[in-house]
Design a binder for this molecule. Sequence first.
Ligand code: NAD
Length: 267
Amino acid sequence: MGLMAGKTALIFGVANRNSIAWGIAQRLQEEGARIGISYASAALLKRVQPLAESIGCDFIEPCDVTDDRQIEAVFQKAQERFGTIDTLVHSLAYAPREDLAGRMVDVSRDGFQQTLAISAYSLIALTRAALPLMPAGGSIISMTYYAAEKVIPRYNAMAIAKASLELITKYLAADLGSQQIRVNAISAGAIKTLAAAGIPGFRDMLRFTQQAVPLRSLVHQREVGDAALFLASDLSRQVTGEILHVDAGYHVLGSTITDEMMAQLKS
Ligand code: NAD
């Protein structure tokens, strides 16, 4: 019996096979979960559909999270199909390219609002819509990044959104704990995905990260999937309001200068 046997997970944020949401979908399905997938827009269907079908998922519904009617529609369909769900995965974010560059002081009002609405407020909106489908409790998981805690150059608007998302996670955990709904976030290390491609200098950042992190390795989507499996399953039944770092230890570093780098500097 898998850890997710008998459970249903509704997953938002699959765009392609590199998506973290896809890594999570695969791991939950391998452990016995029934999966429903929601994707942002029609243009993505040709990529999402074959992925979904490869794990036996035939609930593939579009939803732009800025539109309450689309949110209502996807949860209505999920209720008709599944009755109830056990896990909600929020693995989505967006910031205009120009607000992921330069300096914080140049972040535009519109870019700020759009980034916060899509990347942070949507967790509240999706959670509210999921509540009627979780009468016996459940697990809600979102994806965050270390830029919420410390300055990572160029993350700007997205850093604000992630800080907001982490605080929303804690407030939702406090609000919904009495309904046995747990709310946690995974703070993943840098992974090459479509969203990450929008961050200038991301390739160099990956190379540097691999050399600097305690475990000297890059994080893979499946490894985030493993952590999501823990948070989705009963193994984490007493865990809520947690920001779980799956970042090869990056978040413990006060300095990213390694012994190897020091030796190189001296030679
Ligand atoms: P991705 O591009 O595969 O996923 C981002 C998803 O957001 C896409 O599926 C996209 O369609 C969706 N999205 C954007 N706007 C939307 C909207 N209006 N409505 C509905 N969906 C919308 O990239 P990813 O890296 O897998 O990102 C998933 C999550 O992981 C994001 O929250 C991201 O910030 C977070 N994260 C990523 C990294 C990384 O390095 N890749 C690190 C830490 C956290």
